[in-house]
Write a protein that binds this ligand. Structure first.
Ligand SMILES: [Fe+2]
Length: 221
């Protein structure tokens, strides 16, 4: 994981853009696993919005690209970028595209909600399995050594609700902070997840996500 700091004034500008676009968010991901709701959030619910998003087009593209220029990627303004509001902390997953599992790159996140209780945790494994749960099931977890004690510090039962303890056996690549001006990126093929901010009193988190393709945008400095 790589980190940069950007000015608070720029975050304020991005927040204005986010709010302007929010009424037009048109890309919704749903969580419909009722066992997950019960076990992770103690909610009696069958489904709910996981994330609401909107692709960034037009003048905002340049502003977002300029905000992350310190990383040193090429032509960021041509990357796939989205405004997003996450209502439910995401389970562990990878960001490699299902249509081309060999296409790797970096996921850049610009947090627009700030709290010490929100973290994005990336792990060092490289996974190109289209269904992430299949990768989890294919691992011999009993043969692994314990690698971290994150679950003592953070609420992470959302990472893999069937067996939250697998987190202990994964090596941490980095922890992204959700503090004003913090921006971070990690490999799209690295498993990552959020802390369970819902049970810590936060109803949602806002952010901008940018996805690079190594062949077109290169690597960070
Ligand atoms: Fe992701």
């Amino acid at each position: 994981m790589k980190h940069i700091q950007i000015p608070h004034s720029r975050i304020d500008e991005l927040r204005i853009e986010f709010d302007k676009h929010f009424p037009f968010f048109d890309d919704f991901q749903w969580q419909s696993n009722k066992h997950y709701f019960k076990k992770v959030f103690n909610m009696d619910q069958d489904s709910g919005i996981q994330t609401a998003r909107r692709r960034i087009y037009g003048p905002a593209t340049e502003l977002v690209a300029d905000s992350v220029k310190q990383f040193g990627f090429d032509k960021v303004e041509r990357c796939y970028m989205k405004f997003a509001r996450g209502y439910l902390p995401i389970a562990m997953h990878v960001d490699v595209p299902a249509h081309n599992l060999k296409e790797d790159g970096w996921s850049i996140m610009i947090p627009l909600t700030f709290s010490n209780n929100i973290k994005t945790i990336a792990f060092t494994e490289k996974v190109t399995e289209p269904i992430f749960d299949y990768w989890i099931e294919s691992q011999d977890w009993t043969a692994r050594q314990e690698k971290n004690n994150l679950r003592e510090k953070f609420s992470l039962e959302n990472a893999y609700y069937l067996k939250p303890e697998i987190i202990d056996y994964m090596e941490v690549d980095g922890i992204g902070e959700w503090l004003k001006g913090s921006v971070f990126c990690f490999r799209r093929s690295n498993p990552h997840c959020s802390t369970n901010f819902r049970t810590l009193g936060l109803p949602y988190k806002d952010y901008i996500i940018i996805q690079t393709d190594d062949r077109l945008h290169g690597s960070p400095r």
